[in-house]
Ligand binder design. Structure first.
Ligand code: CUK
Ligand code: CUA
Length: 674
């Protein structure tokens, strides 16, 4: 029994965290002996405090609650005492809530909801002028979109590992990508793809040169057509892969320096970027090489049947460094303002290749060493492992057959290194710090753990599978898709929870399960309900890499992260008539608004600037104005503005929405419209 070294009742000060994590027996010993010896964790401090817990009382509690030794071990592994913090941040997509969730690991405590694509009144997102501008930049043909379907979160990387600086997430339903600055955990930019209305995969290249977005459903380029026959689909519908240039100094995507590569309309799906030896390439799978269209367009079978006829779909291999050189040499045209490499040119220049991949593929993940690409097909019980070297050799050899669009196809046998039979419905793969790979099994509701082998095809073996509850989608592991996975945990992001939680009506919580992967056998430690939309993917980052600011410097405009030249000046507040509009300059502090009365004439356009002049951590003030649909959140040092027309005479209270002090309820004022 692992951990039994503690069973002799002697303190074991040298036991490592990972040994502790692996030791179910530690808790077993705890229950069996009820001893007073310190059980180990990393910190010396917690080693001492553990002594108090590990007593006869703990045993009594466990017995009274009917806990098994494994339950107690799980509790000890996930419990983060009051006042202590977690080892990792998990950033999870918020699914079709359009937001991003920040969760502590291993405690699985929700730390923050970052508003992104959807207005969120707690953060003033979509109400302040600055955030409205961000949402407006993501408008589709002039329509400001107030929702999103977030799937694939991605940290910025340096050298193939997360660098803790920025975070990106896609909106599947309108083909948009958002940038979040990890200095303040706030969304700063949304870009709309001008080629398509639906995307799916998003990843970054190893030094965040590009945020890469794959289109999803086949679309006429620019979506403005009503020619929807089967023939039109083949001829004029296309996929695309967009390489959004990321300017890390500015913290923004630069559409001027971005480009796209045209692809056949195969419904490109998830993608991943090559790393180390395979850096310079991206790998994108696809699911509708049948070119199926709705029955109505040609009288064929239903879409889901039509799109699942082939035994193989295509993995797309894109040489983005070559594409970048083409763009930089000025040899490409523009479509809807974006530099664009048409399919024919991509083929001619050797930018694009295909490799067949088994039935209805979904996940594609590059191994930490960059040597292999792991593909899983929903309707094939294997993960297929392609060798980057083998692919390059096949390309160099030439004589490749082509698809109906003329794209060269590397033969499956020439690219394949191994297949591991993992179970039913394999979707997504992550890599653990233990050198193993972890694949989610949607149909089996399980996680498969398997070993990585070599080019000869040896060493690729299934180790074990662990049931999870239920219908797992993605997995997330600490730095689990980088060159340097940290290990310790795997989180299963499950679609269904069925019997896991108290009933809350027909909308069941989604279930995130924390798994310990440090032992011989994996163990589910914790079920975390998500009381909103389904998080698809999440990434987990070492907390040491993030250095968020706790107070904005004075007068900060959070969209430039610099002092706002128009910030209201403390002591010079007031209401000023500027001819065609009224300017309100307001300071906020505990526990007052200055001014506390704002008088304007009916019909005035009002530009209201607010400055939280506090410098103390956590001294947040909200601002809500009755009738005018305004809610703001001003963290200390932040400046924001709102604009509206005061169109009705009356008296409208405004007040602070954050309980900021004992006199918080008195922090209010009146807008008087005469
Ligand atoms: S997808 Cu949802 S479980 Cu958008 Cu990565 Cu596979
Ligand atoms: Cu400020 Cu309450």
């Amino acid at each position: 029994m692992q951990g039994s070294e503690n069973g002799d009742g002697k303190p074991n000060a040298t036991i490592s965290r990972s040994a502790f994590m692996g030791g179910l027996g530690t808790a077993g010993a705890l229950l069996a002996t009820g001893c007073n010896t310190p059980q180990a964790t990393t910190a010396a401090a917690s080693r001492n405090s553990a002594a108090a817990v590990v007593s006869g009382d703990a045993r009594k509690i466990a017995q009274a609650r009917g806990l098994m030794p494994a339950d107690v071990a799980a509790a000890l592994k996930t419990y983060v005492p009051s006042g202590k913090t977690d080892d990792y941040y998990m950033f999870a997509s918020g699914g079709h809530s359009g937001q991003v969730l920040v969760i502590g690991v291993p405690s699985m405590r929700l730390l923050k909801v970052i508003p992104v694509f959807t207005p969120e009144s707690y953060g003033g997102w979509g109400y302040s002028s600055g955030s409205r501008d961000v949402l407006k930049a993501g408008a589709v043909d002039g329509t400001v979109i107030t929702h999103g379907d977030t799937h694939h979160p991605t940290f910025s990387e340096t050298g193939g590992d997360y660098d803790g600086r920025f975070f990106f997430i896609n909106d599947k339903v309108n083909a948009r990508v958002a940038v979040i600055d990890l200095r303040d955990f706030e969304c700063k930019q949304i870009v709309k793809n001008p080629l398509t209305l639906s995307n799916h995969g998003v990843c970054v290249t190893p030094n965040s040169e590009y945020v890469v977005e794959s289109s999803h459903y086949g679309m006429p380029v620019g979506w403005k057509t009503s020619d929807v026959t089967k023939e039109a689909y083949r001829k004029r519908f296309r996929g695309s892969q967009t390489y959004w240039k990321f300017d890390a100094a500015k913290g923004r995507i630069d559409p001027e320096r971005s480009f796209a590569v045209e692809l056949p309309p195969y419904w490109q799906d998830i993608l991943d970027a090559g790393k180390l030896g395979s850096n310079g390439w991206t790998f994108t799978n696809s699911i509708d090489t049948e070119l199926a269209v709705p029955e109505d367009w040609h009288g064929g079978p239903a879409m889901e049947v039509g799109a699942s006829q082939h035994d193989m779909d295509f993995l797309h291999l894109l040489n983005w460094k070559l594409a970048e050189r083409l763009v930089q040499s000025g040899g490409v045209s523009k479509v809807n303002g974006l530099a664009y490499i048409p399919l024919e040119q991509a083929v001619k220049e050797g930018v694009l290749y295909l490799v067949p991949e088994p039935k209805s593929p979904h996940g594609v993940d590059v191994t930490p060493d960059g040597k292999y690409v792991v593909v899983s097909g929903k309707l094939d019980p294997h993960v297929s492992i392609y060798g980057f070297t083998k692919i390059q050799q096949a390309i160099a050899k030439g004589h490749l057959r082509r698809d109906s669009y003329g794209v060269p196809i590397v033969a499956f046998e020439d690219a394949l290194v191994a297949q591991v039979k993992v179970g039913l419905g394999p979707l997504h793969t992550q890599f653990g710090g233990d050198g193993h790979a972890y694949t989610s099994l949607f149909l089996d509701s399980a996680v498969a753990r398997w070993t990585l082998g070599d080019d000869s095809g040896k060493g690729w073996n299934l180790l074990e599978t662990l049931p999870v509850q239920y219908n797992v989608g993605h997995l997330a592991a600490p730095h689990g898709d980088t060159v340097h996975p940290r290990g310790g945990y795997v989180v299963a992001l499950n679609k269904w929870s069925l019997d896991r939680f108290l009933p809350v009506g027909p909308f069941y919580p989604r279930n995130l399960q924390l798994i310990d992967n440090t032992g011989e056998k994996m163990q589910v430690l914790y079920d975390m309900p998500i009381g909103m939309a389904e998080p698809h993917y999440a990434q987990i980052i070492d907390t040491k890499l993030l250095k968020p600011i706790d107070v904005y410097p004075k007068n900060t405009d959070v969209f430039t992260m610099a002092a706002d030249p128009k910030a209201p000046v403390f002591g010079k507040e007031g209401t000023f008539d500027r001819g065609d509009h009224i300017v309100v300059e307001m300071s906020m502090m505990r526990s007052e608004f200055r001014p506390d009365v704002v008088r304007v004439k009916r019909g005035s356009r009002v530009v209201w600037r607010l400055n939280n002049v506090e410098t103390a951590k956590n001294a947040i003030h909200g601002f809500a104005l009755s009738k005018y649909n305004i809610s703001l959140s001003l963290e200390p040092g932040k400046v924001e503005a709102i604009e509206f027309v005061a169109d009705e005479p009356g008296v409208y209270p405004y007040y602070c929405t954050d309980f900021c002090s004992a006199l918080h309820l008195e922090m209010m004022g009146y807008l008087v419209v005469a």
